[in-house]
Design a protein around this ligand. Sequence first.
Ligand SMILES: [Zn+2]
Length: 151
Amino acid sequence: MNIKNKKEIIRLESIQGHNNKCHIKIINFPICKGKGGYKFLNNKYSSDLIMDKMWSCKGPESIFSSVMGFIKKKHKCPVCFCIFEEINPAFDVISVRIQIEDKIPFELEISMPMVICKKCNKKLIIRKTEFTYQMELALCDAFDKLEIAYY
Ligand SMILES: [Zn+2]
């Protein structure tokens, strides 16, 4: 075993970032700790990858409203398909478990305006750029604070 290249994987209990109305807490985040500071595991677990992971969740696993129509967009619940005639987002919190490559799961706690489905009580983030962009920037903010290096 080459001691020089030894990487220690640690868990960061809580990293927090925010942007505008979105506050994200990343819990138990796996990261490499080396001489030069923190590094992402194999250039993964960055904000882009985390967002991709959340976008790819479908049905009951989804945290975003579904959108139908192009000109006059309507949002609906991805679980029970209830259509939201009115959207009045209110501050709430959801937890999301992120698992990348079937290993080392961690959690996100997202606080921001969201809607609750009247039919099935599912909490959903409105699939609108103003909200999803804030999520991306909040994740970037959390990682920027730690000055994590890429490989
Ligand atoms: Zn529903």
